[in-house]
Design a protein around this ligand. Structure first.
Ligand code: AMP
Ligand code: ZN
Length: 137
């Protein structure tokens, strides 16, 4: 997409700190990292989000995220990682080109990704389960 910054970065039109690249994906350092080594896995073809992306490309992107997670651990930048993937403004997506965050974690770092659990009655849980199962049919 011509006005998409991640298309331009993924294609190499805009320079980036690239740590890995193959035919279909580029992995860059996030410009505003949660921790040193915070990486973004960018497909080279444009898809806005998980709802739109081709399933084989999605699998490839997650396989590369695993490779990056292992490299972050091996490099000593991470003792653990969070994999984060936002879809839609309501979910915190700010760049509308599918990407996977690989966030290195260290004991005592200041990264917070926790949520408060919402309380649902057992009836509500039953209804929610039914709604999802029905949508999957
Ligand atoms: P999200 O909120 O999931 O859409 O994440 C977008 C991420 O892209 C943020 O963590 C930004 O710091 C990062 N970002 C935005 N522009 C750039 C850029 N030009 N180079 C590298 N990372 C970027
Ligand atoms: Zn794009």
């Amino acid at each position: 997409m011509s006005d998409c910054i991640f298309c331009k970065i993924a294609s190499g039109e805009i320079p980036s700190n690239t740590v890995y690249e193959n035919e279909s994906l580029r992995v860059i350092l996030d410009i505003s990292p949660a921790n040193p080594g915070h990486c973004l896995v960018l497909p080279k073809s444009h898809a806005e989000n998980i709802f739109e992306i081709d399933e084989n490309l999605l699998k490839e992107a997650f396989a590369v995220a695993k490779k990056i997670a292992s490299a972050l651990k091996l490099s000593g930048l991470a003792d653990g990682v969070n994999i984060l993937q936002n879809n839609g403004g309501v979910a915190g997506q700010t760049v509308n080109h599918f990407h996977i965050h690989v966030i290195p974690r260290k004991e005592g770092d200041n990264v917070t990704l926790k949520h408060e659990g919402v309380k649902l009655s057992s009836e509500e849980m039953t209804r929610v389960g039914e709604a999802v199962r029905e949508a999957l049919n």
